[in-house]
Design a protein around this ligand. Sequence first.
Ligand code: GLN
Length: 306
Amino acid sequence: MNQHYQNIIETIFHQIKNEENPGEVASYIPELANEDPEHFAVSIQLINEENYSYGDHQTKFSIQSISKVLLLCLVYRDMDEKIWERVDVEPSGNPFNSLVQLESDNGIPRNPFLNAGALVITDILIDLFDDPKKEFLAFVRDLTDSKTISYSETVAESELKIGFRNAALCNFIKSFGNIKNDPEDVLNLYSLICSVEMTTLELCNAFTFLANGGKKIIDKKEILTKSQAKRVNAIMQTCGFYDESGEFSFRVGLPGKSGVGGGIVALFPGRYVITVWSPKLNPKGNSYRGMKFLEQFTTATEESIF
Ligand code: GLN
């Protein structure tokens, strides 16, 4: 493994671990509140197939909104550019579960990484496949080459019990005609998709094709075209962290995506995918240590896509 990256990862990891760890574990989904707040793991997967992990990297965690990128890729692959008739590609400057812009935007969500946008993409997924639940999991398992990846029915059910806001979003979008299926079916599938659990290295592997021009690194299978992969990365760069997307871009300078389970995945096209997991979130719903780690990582490596 690249000794340079390995040394940097270990140094930053220990430094951050010894510092105060403010923030809160997401508790609005009751099941996520049970997570040990002190978990901390990092993995990096290089495009040349080397990888390195540190900390609690053998523990699987709830990837939550990070799933929205994989969901988008599966549907984008099938629908190609027609997908943008249903969802836009603009940063929203609003929290992930916001309703406010939908009224003036006639039910077209600002981007696919808001809950509103991911609900619309889930609706399309239902129309594309006979068994969308099975199809999505098969897609993720193929990307990671791991058969052990699964949904957590417990987390999905826990989210559905408190999912009044997502239900409101889904019904509101349906009133504009941009949800075609029964909102209950869309919400059930959406919560399951968010409930997928992975380790930090599995999550890196799920994203390597996006750092490799749309092709998986192991079998070179094309998942997206080069242009599609570039576009997904562009949306991660501008919309991956909700109303903290500008801040992440400013501090870290890589396309990435966060989830309320405390995971953050970021990638350097042509070089690597890096994942950090630490469940305590800042007020914008992004992992406190994850943001800090990645800022220090790109500062120490002095490599930038800009
Ligand atoms: N499933 C979560 C929700 O809909 C995802 C949110 C997130 O990770 N930001 O609230």
